[in-house]
Design a protein around this ligand. Structure first.
Ligand SMILES: [Zn+2]
Length: 662
């Protein structure tokens, strides 16, 4: 779901494409209606049967296409269960959910691929085991010695590999040929061979967060991109080349095996262990029995095998009433809504408050005292509002809870624009500074609040405080002495320069971006950088570059004053891998404007340009006074070389250039 400049909600182009194939959606449900239902503005119980099914189809089609409209859990627990409640025998519930790649033709799968029945609590697992026990008795098998197998449930993209072709699961009978993923460099997990049947395309969680998150909204989005016809994005190709995105056949999954009593007794531990066994998105475990005779006896519905069950862990949900919505002003002035709810136990924790994300959501979904919400908590993650079941009058603040300034809506958020003297913004910014620096103990939120209350309004002023000043602010003599010592320590101890910069809390300048920019430009240079210099560094677009330039300009005076205090900055990166600003070699072309000409011998010219950009260089087409280097391959036209000579632009051969960047 996207938003236009005028704030009108609408589907993205790609979502429209995916839905175009589902003709039923156009006929039975409009785009506006679809979005309203997805936003939780319509009570699911008020939908007609046709609308409900059309919505389920649309949501499912978008999910399969990597363009999720509603969460997996909301789909199951709200809409699918509504249909189940109304019409337990509805055909939609008994077919494998279709996935959709409108641009591709379907082909028959070598083997049926069914869905897996799901359980959300141990009681449902027990009921499944009871059915197995009954079937075992019928088939003359001894239930007590029956072998159960548990494997991690990968949350990736289902596919089937017959050794020749890789198929999507499709509707379970017909899928689409996505063999191109292997042609593009997809590997089988654990060095496995081709032809191992069903599995999932998955991506390393760590790798996704570190390298792909800037380019893809979520891992499902990324997985879908690997198999689309359209040309592969460079980060996606790189992930496959490094074996970080793989096809994982189920037969290669780590597994637990044992009998039912062992499984039941150690259930939580077995689930926890399997969940941690792989660095991929895992949303539960798959349980099954191995006995082929009993498998055959149990058989399958049209939807799933009866001998198999997916246990989805910790996707506990609860319906709970909102007591009130409390505004909180952050250091950037954004005012965020926190919904306080009646204390509710959810997967082992008592939930009292949950974020309502932003005030547009509060306003549009009607969140206020008396709103009934569906709360969920999956994995170790913080609770979230899965859906608004029954809206009420939205509770919106008119004034900043900290300074009383009138709040303004900007995009989705309410903002306190009183950036200069809003206590919440100033004290949060000061606390953020010390927290990010991480080398001065005793400057936590409580101490900062005390200092702020005493009229100290900037980190620069804090560094000017002496022991007697701290005492005057209400700290004890010993503590005051320590605080002065800690301030000295924070200036004299070695401090990675990215930490120092990130501490200023500039919009879009978190540790990762600070590291990336500092790898290319020294700190002093960054303070006078322009938009194009930032865009030249991989991972930055024009919009964030503009925000960064204005953010840097705003803090530059304070930053220079702080630098004058003499911090012991070192060019360390968070992962110790970024090029050091003091080491000129790797950054030999960083920030420079290069022009490539002629035929290159070590790869195509386009590849060399991309490589140069990856090193932080800018690449131009024509030689001008701004050109820093002209790199010449073979068969170079005389004009460019002559122009470079006239302008005094250094000319490098391909070999000299490669030596420069190696
Ligand atoms: Zn304020």
């Amino acid at each position: 779901m996207g938003k236009t400049a005028t704030g009108k909600r609408e589907l993205r182009q790609r979502q429209r494409q995916l839905l175009a194939e589902l003709a039923a959606v156009g006929r039975l449900i409009s785009e506006t209606r679809l979005l309203a239902i997805a936003a939780g503005e319509v009570d699911p119980a008020s939908l007609t049967d046709e609308e409900l099914v059309a919505f389920l189809q649309a949501a499912n089609c978008l999910y399969r296409g990597g363009e999720e409209l509603i969460g997996d859990d909301a789909y199951d627990t709200i809409f699918l269960s509504e249909l189940r409640r109304r019409q337990p025998e509805h055909p939609y519930l008994h077919q494998v959910e279709p996935e959709s790649f409108p641009e591709m033709k379907t082909v028959e799968l070598p083997e049926r691929m069914l869905s897996t029945d799901k359980a959300y609590d141990f009681a449902a697992v027990m009921r499944w085991a009871k059915r197995i026990e009954k079937a075992a008795a019928e088939a003359g098998r001894d239930f007590s010695t029956l072998r159960f197998r548990a494997t991690p449930k990968l949350d990736g993209y289902a596919a089937y590999d017959d050794g020749q072709t890789l198929y999507t699961r499709g509707d379970g009978r017909r899928g689409t040929d996505i063999s191109r993923a292997f042609a593009r460099g997809l590997q089988v997990a654990s060095g496995g061979e081709r032809g191992l049947g069903p599995g999932e395309i998955v991506v390393s969680r760590k790798y996704f967060h570190r390298h792909l998150a800037p380019f893809f909204d979520n891992s499902r989005n990324f997985q879908a991109s690997l198999i689309r016809e359209k040309e592969l994005d460079k980060p996606a190709a790189e992930a496959m080349r490094l074996g970080k995105a793989v096809f994982f056949p189920f037969s290669l999954l780590p597994a637990w095996e044992g009998n039912w009593s062992e499984l039941a007794d150690g259930f939580a531990g077995i689930v926890a262990e399997l969940r941690e066994s792989l660095d991929y998105d895992i949303d539960g475990v798959v349980l099954e029995i191995s006995d082929p005779v009993l498998r055959a006896h149990l058989g399958a519905t049209r939807h799933h095998h009866r001998w198999q069950l997916a246990y989805k862990q910790n996707t506990a949900t609860a319906e709970v009433e909102v007591l009130r919505v409390v505004p909180q002003t952050s250091r950037t002035g954004r005012v965020s809504p926190v919904a306080e709810v009646a204390p509710t136990r959810l997967s082992g924790a008592v939930i009292r408050r949950v974020t309502a994300h932003h005030y547009r959501m509060v306003r549009e979904r009607g969140i206020g005292p008396g709103t009934l919400i569906l709360l969920s908590r999956s994995g170790e993650v913080i609770p979230k509002i899965e859906a608004v079941i029954r809206p009420a009058v939205a509770e919106l603040p008119g004034h900043c809870p900290s300074c009383g300034a009138t709040l303004v809506f900007e995009a989705d958020h309410l903002h306190c624009v009183n950036t200069m003297s809003c206590p919440a913004q100033i004290s949060h910014a000061m606390a953020h500074f010390f927290k990010t620096l991480g080398n001065a103990d005793g400057f936590g939120p409580a101490a900062i609040a005390k200092i702020h209350a005493g009229g100290i309004l900037s980190v620069l002023a804090i560094y000017g405080l002496r022991q007697e000043d701290f005492i005057a602010l209400g700290f004890g003599p010993k503590q005051s002495e320590n605080m002065v010592a800690q301030l000295l320590r924070s200036r004299t101890e070695e401090l990675p320069v990215w930490r120092f910069l990130a501490a200023f809390g500039i919009f879009r300048m978190g540790p990762g971006n600070c590291e990336r920019l500092l790898a290319v430009y020294p700190l002093e240079r960054l303070l006078t950088i322009d938009r194009d210099d930032i865009v030249a560094v991989p991972g930055f677009n024009e919009k964030s570059a503009e925000a960064i330039v204005s953010g840097l300009a705003a803090v530059a005076p304070l930053l220079r004053q702080m630098l004058a205090l003499g911090f012991n900055l070192v060019a360390d990166s968070p992962e110790g891998e970024a090029a050091a600003e003091s080491a000129p070699q790797p950054a030999g072309v960083a920030g420079k404007l290069l022009v490539f000409t002629g035929t290159m011998r070590h790869g195509s010219r386009e590849e060399m340009k991309l490589q140069a950009k990856a090193l932080g260089a800018r690449v131009g087409e024509a030689v001008s006074g701004k050109t820093d280097l002209l790199v010449c391959g073979e068969k170079v036209g005389a004009a460019k070389r002559k122009k470079a000579e006239e302008l005094g632009v250094p000319i490098l051969s391909e070999e000299e250039y490669l030596a420069l960047i190696s």
